[in-house]
Write a protein that binds this ligand. Structure first.
Ligand SMILES: [Ca+2]
Ligand SMILES: [Ca+2]
Length: 130
């Protein structure tokens, strides 16, 4: 190996590449290294190649809310469709592992009939009086 990273080692006899440290896609998603092959001739000849290792994602992070607590207020008799703003969470994983879906897990019956939560955006809106 000519240049690389301490995450890898290579068997100089058979070219097997070994991973020495575990990878974290959220820290480094790709490793690029140069590997050189040398012959044993009287005048040594060589070739180099670029090796790219891509780290695929594992769902190892939970979504994180942007705040520990959200407080919203609404004026009485607010019209149906009035937005109360968003409850926001982000997930640093990739693709479906990082998609956030919002659901109301506990709300008093009155609240869930009066306020709607968008499962995709986390936006709260007034549904209208029951
Ligand atoms: Ca991950
Ligand atoms: Ca995740």
């Amino acid at each position: 190996m000519v240049e690389g990273d301490n995450h890898f080692s290579i068997d100089s006899k058979n070219g097997t590449l070994y991973m020495l440290l575990s990878a974290d896609r959220e820290a480094t998603s790709k490793y690029v290294m140069t590997v050189q092959a040398l012959d044993n001739g009287p005048v040594v000849r060589s070739a180099t190649v670029t090796v790219t290792v891509t780290v695929t994602d594992k769902n190892d992070n939970a979504p994180l809310f942007s705040s520990e607590k959200f407080t919203k207020s609404v004026t009485e008799n607010a019209a149906t469709g009035t937005s109360l703003g968003r409850i926001e969470a982000t997930d640093i994983d990739e693709g479906a592992n990082g998609d956030v879906v919002y659901t109301m897990t506990s709300a008093n019956l009155q609240l869930s009939t009066y306020i709607a939560l968008s499962s995709s955006t986390g936006e709260l809106t007034i549904k209208g009086m029951a």
